[in-house]
Structure formats: structure tokens, C-alpha cells
Design a protein. Structure first.
Length: 458
């Protein structure tokens, strides 16, 4: 049999062999070439199965395909090949192994290179697609997390598969995707296209670029992986809810959950109850179901109390020195502490009162330096300016000006006024003659004389 897969066209050496491989993709991991009805007899069973499931054979005439399959069967019988196993396959009857991909395809750059793009298979004839609107797809935001990014990507794939005739190329796919992103992402995309035009026509490059932008490279995955590691069962959630939370964290961070990993994360009272049953679980789902039934028998308040007691016991065991110091503390320690607290409270209560008194005093007019010296020399009250008493015992309003005293009766009257308080001893003093020449005063002398005369008559 002629080796159609390895023999090139002798007339045109640039024409590749009819069964030459192409760069592999997610949809075509083996790198099968485009389907050609003339080369059906050279295809393996897996290759034909791929063409059938991918829809590449749907547009072929059924009678022509039937004749080619009969021919393939006859030729395989002649060369004793079942079209499936290599043990019975003659040398040279299968396509050569796929050569290593060029280095440029491994760079995963955003520029035009030989990196293979996703396939856009032609829809079967007469297929009615499911219409999708951009509003039907989850919007992707600049600050979306891994779960939201996966939901957005899955919605796009559903739209592509549901209506393949509407998205026959990567350009149409990217157009729909950009209609479902927020304004900040769209601005970033438009700016990036100016430098890397390929992301607007190459779906794989676009998908890789937007994933790096939204998820900040690998940072979000590492953060979720850390959250997966520290995740523990809460009393406020049942075991099934905790499993769903842990499962989502594991999917987003690339981590898996096994039976022991899940059981050791449950609250301690539930762990003890599960251990008492001494059961073997084949899957995590079996453990989750059993834990859910046992959880119904527990009182959440009692579980919280037990957890609190366990924490306190563990803390005491970890800090034995602190426990010993607390036991050796003097008995009167608490009494002294209470006394200190009371004194502190009293001082805090008195302090605002003192501050208010100081504020009132600070608002009063002050004596001038000369007036202060004058009153000190004459033994006069620093509040009202009259003799016979001190400022602490004065009942008159404050007078910053100099008072003129005219006779002894007035001094005696002021002395009598200052003796209202029994604990104050006053000595009347005669005013000097030079005081009468003082030009500055605000007190009406006639008022003082009139009040003094009335008291003396009485």
C-alpha cells in the first residue's frame, strides 16, 4: 500500500502530505488534519470518531461517505489492519508522529505568531441556534474573582455552542465577549489592542490576556489557596453548607478535598460524634451526608459552649507560667485595685469642676501690676479693693479699679461686712491721704457712703 501520510507530491514538494498533522488544540488534542473524504481509507478509528463528534463529517454526502467507508474496509482487510491497534498495523500505514511544535508557539505572547487558536466548527445543516443577548451573559468586572470569571467564561461558551452559526470565527467570539465586560476593562482592552492587535482576532490570546488582567496573574489563586487552607467549619453553618464553601474554594484555587481533610475541619464536638460511630466513608459525599444527620442531633448553643471551654483549656495548658502567677497573686490585690479605680474615678470627676472654675477665673479682668502692688502695700482686698478682709472672704463683686476711701466710718463699715464669717479676723485700717488723689475708679462713692450711713443709724 502506498504511504499516503508520508509521501509528498513529487510534482510540487511544497504541498504537504494528505494526512499531515497540524498543531494541537483543546478541541483537537491529537492534531488531526482537516477532514477530507478522499483520504477516509487512511484514517484511524479514533480519527474518524473525532471527525464525527466534531461535526466535520456532517456536510458530506452520505452515499459518497458510504462508498468511501466500504473502500476503507476492503483495503484494511487486504493489509490485515483493523484501523485501531498499532500491533497489527503495518509500518508506514499510519500518519507519522506529530513533530515538536516550534518554539514561537510556546512563547504565549500577545503578538501574531504560530500559536494555534481555538477551532470554530461549522454548524450542522439546518441547525437552529439558541439566540443569546449580551444581557443574558454574566458581566465581567475589573475586580471580579475567580468564581465570577469562570461563570462569565462558561456563559460565553454556552453562547458559542448554542448558536455556532453566529460565531464562526474568533473575531465574532471576541466581539461578544467585549460587549459583556465593564467600562474599566473595555478601556484597558482598547488600549492594549493598540500595542497587540492579535488579541482582537485570536480567541486564545484574548482569553489569556483578560484572565491575567482580572485575576492579577496568579495572585488571586494563591489568596484563595490560603483561604482554603485556613477554612474551618462554623457553628452557624451545617456540614453541607461548609462543604460547598470549601468545595468552591478548592475549585477556584486548584485544590482537592478528601475524606480526612474534610473531617478534620469540622467543629470538635461533631468530630467526636463521628469518631464514636467508627464508620468508613468511601467518598467525601458519604461523610458529608452522615455529618449532616449527626448535626441535627446537636444543640448549637451547647456546641458553642464546648468550643469555648476547649479554647480556655488549651490556652491554660499553653501558658502554665501565667496561670501560676495568677494563683500566687496577693489576696488584697483586688481590694487595692478597686481602691485605685475609685480614686481615679474621683479625680476624674473633680478635674472637670476644677477646669470650669479656672475657666471662670480666667474670664475675669485682672488687676494691673500697679493696682496689685498698691493693694498689697495697703493690705486691701484683692477682689473688691476695700480693707478689713481678704479675697477668699470677700462677698463683693470683683473691682479691678482703685477704690477711694474717705473716712473711718466707711472703713469700719467694710470691716463689719468682712466679719460676717466667724472664722475671719479683720483689722480695720485707715486709708492713706494720697489715695484720695487717685483719678481712676469705677465704684460710685456716694452709693457706698449712703449704704454705710443707713447701717450706722440702724
Amino acid at each position: 500500500m502506498t504511504n499516503l501520510s508520508a509521501q509528498s507530491n513529487p510534482e510540487n514538494p511544497l504541498v504537504p502530505p494528505p494526512n499531515a498533522r497540524v498543531a494541537p488544540t483543546d478541541e483537537n488534542p491529537h492534531g488531526y488534519p482537516p477532514f477530507d473524504l478522499r483520504h477516509v481509507h487512511t484514517y484511524t478509528n479514533k480519527q474518524l470518531h473525532h471527525y464525527l463528534t466534531s461535526g466535520a463529517m456532517t456536510s458530506v454526502d452520505e452515499k459518497d461517505l458510504e462508498r468511501q467507508m466500504e473502500r476503507r474496509k476492503s483495503m484494511h482487510k487486504l493489509i490485515n489492519w483493523d484501523g485501531n491497534t498499532r500491533e497489527n498495523t503495518p509500518a508506514g500505514s499510519l500518519p507519522p508522529p506529530l513533530p515538536p511544535a516550534p518554539s514561537s508557539s510556546q512563547t504565549l505572547s500577545l503578538d501574531y505568531d504560530s500559536e494555534a487558536d481555538s477551532e470554530c466548527p461549522a454548524p450542522p445543516p439546518g441547525l437552529k441556534g439558541i439566540k443569546f443577548n449580551p444581557s443574558d451573559i454574566t458581566q465581567l468586572r475589573y475586580d471580579s474573582n475567580i468564581a465570577q470569571f469562570n461563570n462569565w467564561l462558561q456563559d460565553l461558551k454556552s453562547a458559542f455552542n448554542g448558536d455556532p452559526a453566529k460565531y464562526p470565527t474568533s473575531v465574532q467570539k471576541i466581539i461578544l465577549a467585549t460587549m459583556t465586560i465593564d467600562e474599566q476593562l473595555k478601556t484597558t482592552y482598547n488600549s492594549t489592542v493598540q500595542a497587540h492587535q492579535a488579541i482582537s482576532t485570536h480567541w486564545r490570546k484574548f482569553k489569556r490576556w483578560i484572565k491575567d488582567v482580572v485575576l492579577h496573574g496568579d495572585t488571586d489563586r494563591l489568596k484563595l489557596s490560603s483561604e482554603f487552607t485556613t477554612a474551618r467549619h462554623r457553628v452557624s453553618e451545617d456540614p453541607n453548607q461548609f462543604y460547598l464553601r470549601l468545595f468552591n474554594l478548592g475549585i477556584q484555587s486548584g485544590r482537592s478535598i478528601d475524606v480526612d481533610d474534610y473531617r478534620t475541619r469540622l467543629v470538635k464536638p461533631l468530630q467526636n460524634l463521628i469518631n464514636q460511630h467508627d464508620r468508613t466513608y468511601s467518598t467525601v459525599q458519604d461523610l458529608v451526608a452522615h455529618a449532616g444527620r449527626l448535626w441535627q442531633t446537636l444543640d448549637p448553643n451547647e456546641v458553642r459552649q464546648k468550643i469555648k471551654e476547649d479554647k480556655e483549656r488549651t490556652q491554660r495548658q499553653r501558658n502554665p507560667e501565667q496561670r501560676d502567677r495568677q494563683q500566687q497573686r496577693p489576696k488584697n490585690h483586688n481590694r487595692n485595685s478597686d481602691q485605685q479605680l475609685a480614686e481615679g474615678s474621683s479625680s476624674r470627676t473633680q478635674q472637670p469642676q476644677q477646669n470650669r472654675q479656672d475657666n471662670r477665673q480666667s474670664n475675669k479682668p485682672r488687676l494691673s501690676q500697679d493696682e496689685r502692688q498698691h493693694r498689697a502695700d495697703k493690705n486691701l482686698c484683692f477682689n473688691c479693693g476695700y480693707p478689713g478682709h481678704r479675697r477668699d472672704d470677700c462677698t463683693h463683686p470683683f473691682n479691678p479699679n482703685r477704690v477711694v476711701l474717705r473716712d473711718d466710718n466707711q472703713a469700719k463699715t467694710q470691716s463689719v461686712r468682712g466679719q460676717k464669717r466667724p472664722r475671719v479676723k479683720t483689722q480695720p485700717l485707715h486709708a492713706a491721704d494720697d489715695d484720695a488723689d487717685s483719678p481712676v475708679h469705677t465704684t460710685d462713692d456716694s452709693d457706698h457712703d449712703e449704704r454705710a450711713n443707713k447701717r450706722s443709724k440702724n
